[in-house]
Design a protein around this ligand. Structure first.
Ligand code: 5GP
Ligand code: ZN
Length: 120
């Protein structure tokens, strides 16, 4: 089945996967894509998302556990491509208390500056 047929209506990230909405794509494989965040919070801010529509971390175990491996193995490949040799931060917001705005599972890969702990 093509990515297009799996689109969830009105899901912005499904539309970026299918190409209906343009994304600045920096990485693609069979399971995930990585593209530049429209409102970057660091000099490098990439969103890595599964091609399949999963809503949040809550969906991973019940719908597609293998997506975790796909997302996380993409991280160092993209980090190398972006020359983030000094390190980077990975964030996944899950649910409203975490501030998740887009209900399609995504991992934020942030780099190019120093990060603080604890996060806000
Ligand atoms: P969340 O708060 O859900 O973890 O993060 C959603 C992220 O998606 C935000 O950082 C926001 O800037 C980004 N975003 C929302 N809509 C678009 C879009 O249409 N294109 C791109 N490239 N990023 C988007
Ligand atoms: Zn979606």
């Amino acid at each position: 089945m093509s990515a297009k047929k799996k689109d969830v209506p009105n899901c912005i990230f499904c539309k970026i996967v299918s190409g209906d909405i343009k994304g600045e794509i920096v990485y693609k494989d069979a399971d995930v894509i990585g593209f530049v965040d429209i409102s970057p919070q660091a000099p490098k801010h990439i969103l890595i998302i599964p091609r399949d529509h999963l809503v949040s971390i809550e969906d991973i175990a019940k719908k597609k556990p293998s997506v975790l491996e796909s997302l996380m193995t993409a991280v160092p490949k993209i980090a190398r491509k972006l020359k983030l040799s000094g390190g980077y931060r990975v964030v996944m917001n899950s649910g409203k208390d975490a501030g998740q705005l887009v209900p399609h599972l995504h991992l934020h890969l942030l780099g190019g500056r120093k990060f603080h702990w604890p996060p806000g």
